[in-house]
Design a protein around this ligand. Structure first.
Ligand SMILES: NC(=O)c1ccc[n+]([C@@H]2O[C@H](COP(=O)([O-])OP(=O)(O)OC[C@H]3O[C@@H](n4cnc5c(N)ncnc54)[C@H](OP(=O)(O)O)[C@@H]3O)[C@@H](O)[C@H]2O)c1
Length: 328
């Protein structure tokens, strides 16, 4: 793979467009193809981003011999089937978060990727941002001592109609799956595997959670306290604390423009670590690194960890009684 990695984008919504913009900022990556359920939509996307191959079906993209990897940008309930289709066509895959609707679906596609020896990764882009990478390095170096807790939130006001994917159960609506995955994933990134989770939620008129608060106990010790909301504009911070002080990433943490380091007896330091472009280039670079290195998963977010986080979300949903059609 000495040539630029040729990407295909499956789906043409909001995040697909951001990803296409990000590809322009990665020198050894090229947007080769796009697919929509509707050919005219694919052609319009293709005109905007100068894409050589525009497909009117997802299967045609999966079968396209000119692409090296597929990025899946459909609503969550479609992820498992879309990933499966691409793996069966021998394509490596980067799939949007949440990876699937539940752990059962995740286990099935992970097993398929391993059986077919194909790369697969959850698009948890924030883990690859320079600010998060630096925070992790500092904490691994012991700057705050052994980390004891993570405090993280992610919330905005979702002023959307009842059929919008954010709140429509048939499209995987709900704050936990859409937003809660960020604080959950970050808590696991900094404090390790989760042994137990307790959640409380407020459900809205469409039957999905509009805000959820959850507490995690980590296997190696440590507690995390997390919140996700479609009802409030929350600070969007993640704070990792230990006996010697804390590291905080803010405004919002999933873009991680800078971090602050507050250590006992020292002045608070702020370190600017702006992401490249719109922030998504970093996950694209990671996929390229893995593909060129022959890795079948990223060590930064292993498939076992992705499945474990879905197990955790399944358990939390069971506590507040939220089931989706995919859970049947
Ligand atoms: N990483 C991030 O920062 C981030 C941000 C936003 C969203 N996301 C994730 O990305 C995924 C897509 O979110 P989005 O905001 O881009 O959604 P969106 O704007 O609604 O776009 C989703 C696209 O999926 C395709 N699709 C296939 N089946 C569909 C169906 N039954 N209903 C609606 N669309 C369908 C459509 O493309 P065609 O019509 O072309 O087939 C549509 O444009 C979600 O899983 C979400 O969690 C991630």
């Amino acid at each position: 793979m000495n040539q630029p990695i040729r990407w295909g984008i499956l789906g043409t919504g909001i995040i697909a467009r951001k990803f296409a913009e990000a590809l322009r900022d990665v020198p050894d990556a090229h947007l080769q193809a796009v697919a929509s359920r509707n050919l005219d939509t694919a052609l319009a996307f293709g005109r905007d981003f100068d894409v050589a191959s525009c497909h009117g079906s997802y299967q045609a993209l999966a079968d396209d011999p000119q692409i090296d990897v597929v990025y899946i940008a459909t609503p969550h309930p479609m992820h498992a089937a879309n990933v499966r289709m691409c793996l069966e066509a021998d394509k490596p895959v980067l799939c949007e978060k949440p990876f699937t609707m539940n752990a059962r679906e995740a286990r099935a596609v992970v097993a398929l990727a391993r059986e077919r020896k194909l790369f697969l990764m959850e698009a948890m882009w924030s883990r690859f941002l320079p600010g998060i990478v630096e925070a992790r390095r500092l904490i691994d170096d012991g700057i705050i001592g052994t980390p004891q807790n993570v405090l993280a939130d992610f919330g905005f006001v979702a002023n959307v109609a009842a059929d919008h994917r954010l709140v429509n159960s048939a499209l995987g609506g709900g704050a936990l799956l859409d937003l809660g995955i960020y604080p959950l994933s970050m808590a696991a990134h900094f404090l390790g595997p989760i042994a137990a989770a307790t959640a409380m939620a407020e459900l809205g008129a469409t039957g999905v959670d509009e805000q959820t608060a959850f507490t995690l106990r980590h296997s190696a010790g440590g507690l995390s306290s997390c919140l996700c909301s479609f009802r409030a504009t929350t600070p969007g911070q993640i704070t990792i604390s230990g006996p010697l002080g804390h590291v905080r990433i803010a405004r919002p943490f999933n873009r991680a423009e800078h971090l602050t380091i507050a250590l006992q007896g020292a002045d608070v330091r702020t370190v600017a670590l702006p992401p490249t472009g719109n922030g998504y280039p970093h996950e694209i670079i990671e996929v390229g690194r893995c593909l060129r290195g022959g890795l079948l998963e990223s060590p930064v977010i292993s498939l076992d960890q992705t499945v474990a986080l879905l197990d955790c979300m399944d358990a939390m949903r069971a506590q507040f009684g939220l089931r989706y059609p995919a859970d049947q």
